[in-house]
Design a protein around this ligand. Structure first.
Ligand code: C2E
Ligand code: MG
Ligand code: MG
Length: 466
């Protein structure tokens, strides 16, 4: 009896020990066991002068599986994924699961760099093949075919890090880079990645306090009538006046703000500042405000716009929101709802950077914009490539047939102006008319500036060009 009790206790203890070191779902080593194995592998390598490869692997597109097919399907997928990975590894390698869809692989006694790369590529290929998830007959996950993928970042001991901590950080940095570049690939850590990542984190951190410190400002660029040169609208363009870096342009921080959820606050600040400015303008010029896709997708965006207009007493017809095709990518139906709400408010809507995205036409047919803005890359190529003229002409005709105004961006020369005028473009914007500048400068030079703009559209100017 005593012996039976003892062996049962031993079995229970072993089970508990196993549970403490393994992931209950996949039975792979967990974070604790991973640390232990990694530590041992590094000690071994240090003694024998060999190397170790540490790979961070994240499944791509796993979250939607859980969201759309339920956790049972997600769990079944993880179990299969773990099996596929194990099949590609050697018994001396450690495959651990450290989070929902996050795995870590320790390749001890590492072979050549090429062999490590080859193993990682095999893992990515294995996880890229479709998964077949079988559930109960008639159940919710019966016969599902799911496609995911994987991203892998790799760091090597001792070259990329001499401790477990530094090695993990390096592998994580490499993984971050893969995801940034579009996932589904393998990257080895490079020292430059670390510098770039740190620079990026620094900007992220600094940007979070930029509004409070009053470092953000708006420049305004006139958009003029395509036949007369009269100013009709000013586009608000954000600038970050950084205490050390100087003027930072939106291309260098708006994408970052989008990735880190700071875009909501920044976008709200832009809208508020631009509307407050427009109310005080000496003429009823419109104000154009750029809205980034993520900002547009935030719940309550249309209501927020209404509130800002109300607060400043700006008539909705004087606000133009410039959006890009990006807003349609994730959820076109919701995007159309928000657009309809904005239109009901009386706000004008412009489709920015037209021609650079895809399936632009279908969106134009499904939703009534007020205008399209032809991307400046086409204007730049006018006079250099015959196809650019054909494209701008086609877009202009199409826009007019759909009852839209057509604005062209990036007009820099009198020759471009002549061609675009001939095509019947409704509005133009570009350095030829004015560069973006703080509004104070614009209103000081206002009237004479308007005379200069009209002169650009005069008959003499047109003749000189011809
Ligand atoms: P966009 O909306 O297409 O704005 C026009 C860009 O073209 C501006 O660049 C403007 O300075 C530039 N531009 C205007 N005329 C000419 C020209 O004749 N030649 C050339 N080469 N460029 C010209 P900027 O100010 O650097 O802004 C870049 C982009 O950043 C904008 O493109 C817009 O997508 C985004 N952006 C700017 N402000 C904001 C903002 O407040 N919120 C959001 N979400 N995005 C913004
Ligand atoms: Mg714009
Ligand atoms: Mg544009």
């Amino acid at each position: 009896m005593a012996l039976r009790d003892l062996s049962r206790r031993r079995r229970d203890e072993a089970r508990i020990r196993h549970l403490a070191l393994h992931d209950a779902l996949t039975d792979l080593p967990n974070r604790t066991l991973l640390e232990e194995r990694l530590g041992l592998a590094l000690e071994n390598a240090a003694e024998n002068g060999t190397s170790v490869a540490l790979a961070y692997l994240d499944l791509d597109r796993f979250k939607p599986v859980n969201d759309f097919h339920g956790h049972a399907a997600g769990d079944a997928l993880l179990v299969q994924a773990a099996k596929r990975m194990l099949a590609e590894l050697r018994p001396t390698d450690t495959l651990a699961r450290i989070g929902g869809d996050e795995f870590v692989i320790v390749l001890a006694h590492t072979r050549t760099l090429a062999q490590v790369a080859e193993t990682a590529e095999r893992l990515v290929a294995a996880l890229g093949r479709p998964f077949q998830i079988e559930g109960q007959i008639g159940g919710p996950i019966e016969g599902l075919r799911i496609e995911i993928g994987a991203s892998v970042g790799i760091a090597l001991y001792p070259s990329d890090g001499s401790t477990a901590e530094s090695l993990k950080r390096a592998a994580d940095t490499a993984l971050y880079r893969v995801k940034d570049e579009g996932r589904g690939a393998v990257r080895f850590f490079e020292a430059a990645m670390d510098e770039q990542l740190q620079a990026r984190r620094r900007i992220e951190h600094e940007l979070s306090g930029a509004i409070a410190r009053g470092e953000l400002a708006l420049d305004y660029q006139p958009i003029v009538n395509g036949q007369t040169g009269e100013i009709e609208t000013f586009e608000a363009l954000i600038r970050w006046h950084h205490p050390e870096r100087g003027c930072v342009f939106p291309a260098d921080f708006i994408p970052l703000a989008e990735q880190t959820d700071q875009i909501g606050r920044i976008g709200a600040w832009v809208l508020d500042t631009a509307c407050a400015a427009a109310v005080a303008w000496p003429h009823p010029w419109r104000v154009s405000v750029n809205v980034s896709p993520k900002q547009f997708r935030q719940p309550g965006f249309a209501a927020g716009v209404a509130a800002v207009l109300g607060r400043h007493g700006l008539s909705p017809g004087r606000l133009v929101l410039e959006i890009t095709e990006g807003v349609f990518i994730h959820d076109a139906a919701t995007a159309l709802e928000v657009l309809t709400a904005l239109r009901t408010l009386g706000v004008r809507l412009a489709l920015d950077d037209f021609g650079t995205g895809y399936s632009s036409l279908s969106y134009l047919q499904r939703f009534q914009f007020d205008k399209i803005k032809v991307d400046r890359s086409f204007v730049r190529r006018l006079g250099q490539h015959a196809d650019a003229l054909t494209i701008v002409r086609a877009i202009t005709h199409l826009g007019h047939n759909l009852g839209l105004k057509v604005t062209v961006e990036g007009v820099e020369t009198q020759e471009q102006l002549a061609v675009l005028r001939e095509l019947g473009c409704d509005q133009m914007q570009g350095y030829l008319f004015a560069r973006p500048a703080p509004m104070t400068n614009l209103s000081e030079t206002g009237p004479s500036d308007r005379a200069r703009l009209r002169a650009l559209f005069s008959d003499e100017a047109a003749r000189a060009c011809a």
